[in-house]
Write a new protein. Structure first.
Length: 544
């Protein structure tokens, strides 16, 4: 649809206009303009009936940069006669729409008749004096209502817009602002429906609002999220599509859960093993996040595989760091075939044992360990069912190998040893050839099975355990297999550079921090986001 077609709709679509003049608290709908600031007539043709003109929308140009975008057209003039509603923090409220009070637009029904997103904002009145506050201070977003699916907006043809006041919102008197706009490919033609209510929020408080904005000020004509693509704004019969790709303008919604301290509950479980025809038991250490007040919170799972010393202090601290970001971490004791779950010492005898056992333990046993760990995570009612893997040294290798299981969709591997030489498990000699023997079950030769997952490989250039040729081989095999991979090499990092204890001077906290951000980015995107089925997006455009 071309711009002139949209303009014709704007001129002839008055019956689709509305205003959010009613506030609904505790299921009780207020009268028009009782708790919501009244607005001025927006069209001279309605001078004889100004109530009709209150639903005339604002336009992207010029209103987006005017004070009318704060709370509506000349809304501050009605501040002195607007009542204040009391809302309990943590409860739901709604804005209800108003259709001119007469029959002028009722042919369309009392519903939102434009397609687009809605956002809810709060701004604390200085000295809690709402009558003197125009809304020219800081706002934080508490609600967003976007696409219902790929072709429909959630608010379209609804009577009300629902939202929840964050539980830890600081008590006080606020302007509560709703903005709903008809999103088009041209910002200057977009229609804006903005209103503000007077509210006093009561509750426990304790939160610190973040992601502040100002109106006018935050939105510019080129602000991302203010325009739709040609596909996203189409009307029937063609219909809209690609709405799932829409991202609203920043800032993001202020979320209560991010303000809570993420507590960690530690436990362990012993699970049965039977690899190589031997019945046994493997201990899995579990680091479970806990948010006070949210006993039914669910989290993705992460399998954490340790270095050759089993679950040591540094490994446990790493597990707590991951769990503190909202993941259930399960760390198996890899050497249950030979010893108990206790960690080996960072000394020569401990190192010798770890190196001997890692090649004596069979690949079948390693694979069973990872399967049992995933199985356990999936039995937890608090697990979302999305699983990642990570580990360092031997564990970096095991994290990659575990991800051959299609239930694991994200893997962050730190300085994985023995992949490039095919020396994990029993073997006769190292083999760093590009092509393995027929029927090889070594990890290097099974990398094509990672096509379902996304992998981040992290190495130190100074790592003598995985030299440049070995890193190049791993990278080439992943690339040739078509595995979605990010490959990181840090110039001065040595082996075990993330180990903060007995690393013989190799611990590098600065690079360790960067690498942890790599892990969080990958896990956050793949494990905390429901991506849906993957589709072919074609070749990347060659542009500057």
């Amino acid at each position: 649809m071309k711009a002139f077609g949209i303009l014709a709709l704007l001129l002839n679509g008055a019956s689709a206009h509305y205003a959010f003049s009613r506030l609904i608290v505790g299921g009780v709908k207020s009268g028009d303009w009782e708790y919501v600031r009244d607005v001025a007539n927006g069209d001279k043709q309605f001078d004889a009936n100004p109530e009709y003109g209150k639903v005339v929308p604002q336009m992207g140009t010029p209103d987006l940069t005017s004070t009318n975008i704060t709370c509506g057209r000349n809304a501050f003039a009605s501040a002195g006669r607007t009542k204040t509603a009391t809302i309990q923090a943590g409860s739901q409220a709604s804005f209800g729409i108003h259709i001119d009070g007469g029959n002028h637009y009722l042919a369309q029904g009392a519903e939102i008749n434009h397609r687009g997103p809605a956002m809810i904002w709060l701004s604390r009145a200085p000295n809690d004096d709402l009558e003197a506050y125009s809304g020219n201070g800081d706002w934080f977003k508490i609600g967003y209502v976007g696409p219902k699916n790929d072709s429909h907006w959630e608010t379209f043809q609804q009577e009300d817009v629902h939202f929840k006041i964050p539980k830890t919102t600081p008590p006080g008197k606020y302007l509560l602002r709703i903005e709903h706009f008809w999103i088009l490919p041209w910002v200057h033609l977009s229609q804006w429906y903005v209103n503000c209510a007077h509210v006093e929020i009561v509750g426990q408080g304790g939160g610190v609002p973040k992601g502040l904005a100002r109106f006018p000020g935050t939105y510019k004509l080129k602000t991302p999220g203010l325009i739709a693509t040609e596909n996203q704004h189409m009307f029937p019969p063609a219909g809209s599509k690609d709405l799932a790709l829409y991202n609203p303008p920043l800032p993001v919604v202020w979320e209560v859960s991010r303000r809570f301290k993420m507590l960690i509950k530690e436990s362990y479980v012993d699970v049965a093993t039977s690899a190589d025809g031997k019945d046994g038991s493997m201990r899995i250490y579990v680091f479970h996040p806990s948010i006070p007040g949210y006993p039914n919170a669910k989290f993705p799972g992460v399998c954490l595989f340790s270095e050759i010393y089993q679950v040591t202090g540094p490994v446990a601290r790493f597990a707590r760091q991951i769990a503190g970001q909202g993941y259930i971490v399960a760390a198996p004791s890899s050497y249950h075939d030979f010893t108990g779950p206790e960690a080996l010492a960072y000394d020569v005898p401990g190192t010798d044992k770890g190196n001997a056992w890692k090649v004596e333990k069979t690949l079948e046993s390693y694979d069973e360990d990872s399967r049992r760990t995933v199985d356990h995570l999936l039995t937890l009612p608090t697990c979302t069912g999305l699983i990642g893997s990570t580990g360092m040294c031997l564990g970096g290798h095991l994290a990659v190998r575990a991800a051959l299981d299609p239930r694991i969709t994200a893997c962050t591997s730190y300085f994985a040893t023995d992949i490039h030489t095919r020396t994990l498990g029993p073997h006769t000699a190292a083999n760093a050839a590009a092509d393995g023997p027929d029927g090889s079950t070594h990890t290097l030769d099974r990398l094509p099975r990672l096509a379902h997952a996304e992998v981040a490989m992290i190495f130190g250039v100074k790592d003598t355990h995985v030299p440049a040729a070995g890193r190049d081989l791993i990278r080439a095999k992943l690339r040739d297999a078509g595995v979605t991979t990010s490959f990181y090499e840090f110039a001065w990092a040595q082996h075990a550079f993330i180990r903060d204890e007995l690393s013989k001077g190799r611990y590098d906290p600065a690079i360790t921090k960067v690498c942890f951000e790599v892990l969080l980015e990958l896990f956050g995107r793949v494990l905390k986001t429901d991506l849906g089925p993957k589709e072919n997006i074609g070749e990347v455009e060659h542009v500057c």
